[in-house]
Design a protein. Structure first.
Ligand code: SAM
Length: 291
């Protein structure tokens, strides 16, 4: 058995052997800490009957740990230069398949239904490229895929926004959108020193347990998310000002006042103080008053 991939000596050897140079534009910061990789696998609860989708395998450091823990790994890597590297590093793991594709263009639902017919739970994971963290996560959540959970490494600041509670400085439309589809929990903070090359910021791991049903009842999801986006358009403004400027317009002030009253939301509050339940009531009332 060759030496583990994600240790400094072997990683350097692999990179030198293939003459690989990092592309900053693709968020290429490879993780080199066995302890953290093991903790990611533990957080994912991956077992021998489970199927795993990995986003951005790089040279395969995390992939190797999932290959050992799970039944099957389907990994999507955008950078074609990494294919010969992965061919070599993944050679001992016949349960890993590498796809040379941009994850944002992949029909994941189809990948799951075609490749994971005989697995127990499905897990999506990855040490995500920083430049597309939020679009990747939201795109996966909105598709309502038949998966159990997702575990991702990301910039610490984004992790804090995803898991934030109402009233906190990090709470915003991203927190509500993520918490509508899943229960995101920050499981650990990871220092920048364990990456090669070292990024500018610290990272964190977030586990998303996918919800069977959303925690609030919403009649029109598209409108619910439009209300939330409008309410947070300018953080320092009140819910009244934000909704008037970004949703209803000045000539519907009476209807806006009636909807806020019906939803029992004081017009002087700021969006960041409203719970998801309050946004759900508010969007229902707004819909009724603004046909
Ligand atoms: N998994 C490896 C590790 O933990 O060391 C590499 C993680 S590195 C932060 C992110 C990886 O995602 C890189 O290999 C990069 O080439 C790849 N990547 C970037 N954008 C991508 C995209 N849109 N689709 C698939 N992979 C992408």
């Amino acid at each position: 058995m060759p030496r583990e991939i994600a240790v400094p000596g072997r990683t350097k050897e692999i990179l030198e052997h293939h003459g690989f140079s990092f592309k900053k534009s693709l968020g290429q910061n490879f993780l080199m800490d066995r302890n953290i990789l093991e903790k990611i696998v533990l957080a994912s609860k991956a077992g021998p009957e489970d199927g795993v989708v990995e986003i951005g395998p790089g040279i395969g450091g995390l992939t190797e740990h999932f290959a050992k823990a799970a039944k099957q790994v389907e990994a999507f890597e955008i950078d074609g230069r990494l294919l010969p590297v992965l061919e070599e590093t993944m050679a001992p793991y016949p349960n890993v398949r590498i796809w040379n594709e941009d994850i944002l263009n992949v029909d994941i639902g189809r990948v799951l239904s075609e490749n994971f017919k005989h697995v127990q739970d499905i897990i999506i994971t990855g040490n995500l490229p920083y430049y597309v963290t939020t679009p990747i996560i939201m795109n996966l959540l909105e598709q309502r895929l038949p998966i159990s959970r997702m575990v991702f490494m990301m910039q610490k600041e984004v992790a804090e926004r995803l898991a934030a509670d109402p009233g906190s400085k990090d709470y915003g439309s991203l927190s509500i959108a993520a918490q509508y589809f899943a229960d995101p929990v920050k499981t650990m903070v990871v220092p920048k020193t364990v990456f090669m090359p070292k990024p500018n910021v610290d990272s964190a791991v977030v586990r998303f347990e996918i919800r069977d049903t959303p925690p609030v009842e919403v009649e029109d999801e598209t409108f619910f998310f439009r209300v939330i986006k409008a309410a947070f358009a300018q953080r320092r403004k009140t819910i009244w000002n934000n909704l008037q400027h970004n949703l209803t317009g000045r000539d519907r002030r009476e209807e806006l006042a009636a909807a806020l009253q019906e939803a029992e939301v004081d017009s002087g509050r700021r969006g960041e103080t409203l719970t998801m339940q309050e946004f759900a009531h508010l969007s229902t009332s707004l819909k009724r008053h603004l046909p």
